[in-house]
Write a new protein. Structure first.
Length: 84
């Protein structure tokens, strides 16, 4: 690999690294992936993905109104990430 090609690749990697860092600072985008075992993994919520099987995701999504109501009812007791 020539010096100019190596320099161009280094610059590309630096830009890509900076974009990844910025994504983490903004909270990052959420993304989904099918796991090796056929489950669905949700990335971007925390350090590790949230992985559930299809029927578990459907059950959780069907329960979303109850979750929102619970969050609203308990607003005073709940903290946000980073809050002590």
């Amino acid at each position: 690999m020539s010096d100019s090609n190596m320099q161009a690749e280094l610059e590309r990697l630096r830009r890509e690294n900076e974009e990844l860092k910025q994504g983490r600072k903004r909270g990052g985008a959420l993304s989904l992936k099918v796991s090796q075992k056929g489950a669905v993994s949700l990335y971007g919520m925390g350090r590790f993905p949230v992985t559930l099987y299809k029927e578990q995701w459907v059950r959780l999504l069907d329960f979303s109104e109850e979750i929102r109501a619970f969050l609203k009812e308990n607003e005073g007791q709940l903290k946000t990430k980073g809050e002590e």
